[in-house]
Design a protein around this ligand. Structure first.
Ligand code: NAD
Length: 369
């Protein structure tokens, strides 16, 4: 019998398989949505054209411009567009940025029929079963990267260079459609970095304050699938089975992130990314092996399971080697951070944590195996 535990899982319908883009219109219908605002990242415009056709009369409007980190002015414009076209639901095709824009709309907008002018604030605290009853706009996500955002109730928005984030059930996509055909063209470099980001969700989910044995099972299986998919992709980037493995792994990674939340690793990456403008996914790859070296011994059961899943004797070294093999930079120096900046960042972060951030950051800066 397991020790007493608390686990929070989030409800979403997941559809995965080659050709499932064809099911978007049916899935939208199942949610009772009759006016769809379609959001598509640049690389997904052809897919969005097909969805637009398939939606027929249910197509209400489209946004083709998506920016990283959901700038507030873009979010406001998208909300205005949703109101203007009378949207009763949103379909987002793309990476974390396209899904992030859909979440920003879902956070504030209600359907004209049920809730125009109503305040939706605080609804996220209500039971999940009540979602939609107040006229929230359901989101259908069609991810084309491995960010995992589609599985979480976390939203983000940037204004004046600073990013605010929050958690609200209204933004959790109701249906997620993973079609591996859509990610076949994701460049190898972007793929590998995005997988490193997903692996960070899996690994960190085992040691956060909210980590629990159920999330651990999800995280370990996610890590296994992500490694398998990444190694397959290195041999053949257009391999559909590999792309399916990666989407499956990313979905599990996103679920683990949603349940366990983030810990010291993500906080460190956000500090580095926000302060020194480092690329999000690559920063994870450089920092994760170093944080893992210090944190994994605190969770010995998960460490052993993750080592088995990644087929390595040592989790930190195994991650480092996997990222190196995939051609992802494993040092912050390669991302443009100076040694002085690494020292500065360590000084800023040290106050909020009990372990030696200076050593972690210096190893991450130099890329020590
Ligand atoms: P992204 O959505 O910005 O996509 C990266 C680039 O890849 C873009 O230029 C995009 O056009 C391109 N692209 C996407 N799919 C493609 C494809 N199939 N083929 C070719 N090119 C393609 O980046 P991302 O890494 O997916 O998401 C990062 C964002 O997501 C960040 O803002 C991050 O904070 C957020 N995020 C949020 C959560 C959450 O739970 N809310 C979780 C993870 C990440």
């Amino acid at each position: 019998m397991p020790d007493p535990l608390t686990h929070v899982g989030f409800p979403s319908r997941v559809v995965l398989g080659a050709g499932t883009l064809d099911r978007v219109a049916d899935e939208v219908g199942l949610l009772g949505v009759n006016r769809v605002l379609l959001i598509a990242t640049k690389s997904a415009r052809d897919s969005a054209d097909l969805v637009e056709l398939a939606l027929g009369d249910a197509f209400a409007g489209r946004i083709d411009e998506v920016r990283q980190h959901v700038p507030k002015e873009k979010a406001d414009a998208a909300r205005a567009k949703a109101r203007e076209v009378g949207a009763t639901g949103i379909v987002a095709i793309g990476g974390g940025s396209a899904i992030g824009l859909a979440k920003a709309i879902a956070l504030t907008e209600t359907t004209a029929a049920e809730g125009e002018g109503e305040s939706a604030q605080g609804a996220g605290a209500q039971s999940v079963g009540a979602r939609g009853a107040g006229g929230w706009l359901p989101v259908v996500a069609v991810p084309t990267t491995y960010s995992g955002s589609e599985m979480t109730p976390v939203w983000g928005q940037t204004e004046g260079g600073s990013k605010s984030t929050g958690t609200d059930l209204r933004v959790l996509p109701r249906t997620v459609i993973y079609d591996p055909v859509l990610s076949r063209g994701l460049p190898l470099k972007v793929t590998a970095a995005s997988v490193a980001n997903a692996l960070a969700h899996c690994v960190e989910a085992t040691w956060t304050d909210k980590a629990d044995p159920i999330t651990e099972v999800i995280a370990v299986e996610g890590a296994r699938a992500l490694r398998e998919g990444l190694l397959q992709i290195l041999k053949n980037p257009t391999d559909l089975e590999a792309r399916s493995n990666l989407l499956y792994g990313a979905s599990l990674a996103g679920s683990a992130l949603a349940s366990a939340g983030t810990g010291v690793h993500h906080k460190l990456c956000h500090l580095l990314g926000g302060t020194y403008n480092l690329p999000h996914a690559e920063t994870h790859a450089a920092v994760l092996p170093q944080v893992t070296r210090v944190k994994a011994p605190e969770v010995p059961r998960a460490k052993v399971k993750l080592e088995a899943a990644l087929e390595t004797d040592d989790l930190a070294t195994g991650l480092f080697d996997l990222f190196s093999t995939a051609g992802v930079p494993t040092s912050l120096r390669e991302l443009g951070l100076t040694e002085q900046q690494a020292t500065e960042a360590a000084e800023r972060f040290q106050a909020s944590t009990s372990f030696d951030v200076t050593e972690i950051l210096h190893r991450a800066w130099a890329g020590e195996r």
